[in-house]
Design a protein around this ligand. Structure first.
Ligand code: 6CS
Ligand code: FE
Length: 296
């Protein structure tokens, strides 16, 4: 087996200069592939245009109840709390995220393999898919911290060696996502521009970036221009709804200072044609629990 190597040409150079630069997206958003899938044409068109689409009640209320109880069970389990895949809140001992949750919980494993999710991912990516990353973001009431503006692809390209923009995130709301409790914010249309970020990737960056990301985030001037050009959509939805968003959407979410948790399950499906190589802008690979390297 030949060692994976990073090609000499990098179409999306990032973290190499001290200022943000823009590169037009090279890949399709909705990939051609075997026809058919659960998403109606209108949803595919909206996803192509905006970079995201929301599906009301993708999962049923009784499923939500079971998944919420499972999440509570995991958060109360001292072994889970002590696991390196569990990330704490920066300012409290509450849980911020549990990564690779589909390998920790059988119930979550069942959900991420559900055709209601996988079928939509295959339809958008035009190929078979595998799970690049899964996580629960708990965003508890009163002290659930936010996620600063970023493109996931910028990190997955720079730090995980993801070659192209051919991955989709599915966010399943396990609690009601209101405008006020830290809902996902996406700049519609931002997925069509790659924003290279300043700074150099520190060794072991994930140990800090998963708690509070600084490297791999655009500067305020760039974000101001993007927000003026694209606007900002606040993605709300009842528990059980889902949002599918492209790997390169500029997105973030605010702190949650309300009593109402915003607990979402995120699954990232990557095309089997887009398997990870060596990082494009980091000295070492990230661990498998944030960037899976087995495609099958
Ligand atoms: O670094 C990552 O892979 C994670 N960081 C963020 C802020 N979003 C995507 C992913 O969970
Ligand atoms: Fe993200």
């Amino acid at each position: 087996m030949t060692a994976a190597t990073t090609p000499l040409f990098d179409p999306y150079p990032t973290r190499v200069v001290d200022h943000a630069t823009h590169v037009d997206r090279r890949e399709p958003v909705v990939w051609p592939g075997p026809a058919g899938g659960p998403l109606p044409e209108a949803d595919l068109a909206r996803y192509d245009r905006d970079g995201f689409v929301t599906v009301d009640q993708l999962i049923e209320p009784d499923e939500v109840t079971l998944l919420r109880a499972e999440l509570d069970r995991l958060c109360a389990d001292p072994r889970v709390r002590a696991d390196e895949r569990t990330i704490g809140e920066p300012d409290s001992d509450a849980v911020r995220s549990i990564f690779e949750i589909h390998r920790i919980s059988d119930l979550m494993a069942e959900l991420v393999a559900d055709p209601r999710l996988v079928g939509r991912a295959r339809q958008i990516l035009g190929s078979d898919v595998y799970i690049h990353q899964s996580r629960a973001n708990l965003k508890p009431g009163f002290n659930g911290s936010g996620f600063y503006w970023h493109s996931d692809f910028e990190t997955w390209h720079a730090e995980d060696g993801m070659p192209a923009m051919r991955a989709v995130s599915v966010s399943i709301a396990l609690t009601d996502n209101h405008v006020h409790n830290g809902a996902l914010m996406i700049m519609p249309g931002s997925h069509r521009t790659f924003v290279a970020c300043p700074g150099e990737t520190p060794d072991g960056h994930y140990r800090t970036s998963l708690r509070r990301q600084e490297i791999g985030t655009p500067d305020p001037a760039t974000l101001t221009g993007f927000a003026e050009r694209h606007g900002i959509s606040v993605v709300t939805g009842a528990a059980g709804s889902a949002t599918l968003f492209d790997s390169n959407c500029m997105h973030g979410s605010a702190d949650n200072i309300t009593p109402f948790p915003r607990a979402n399950l995120f699954v990232v499906y990557n095309s089997v044609e887009n398997a990870l190589g060596e990082p494009y802008a980091a000295r070492g690979r990230r661990p498998g629990f944030v960037a899976a390297r087995e495609v099958g």
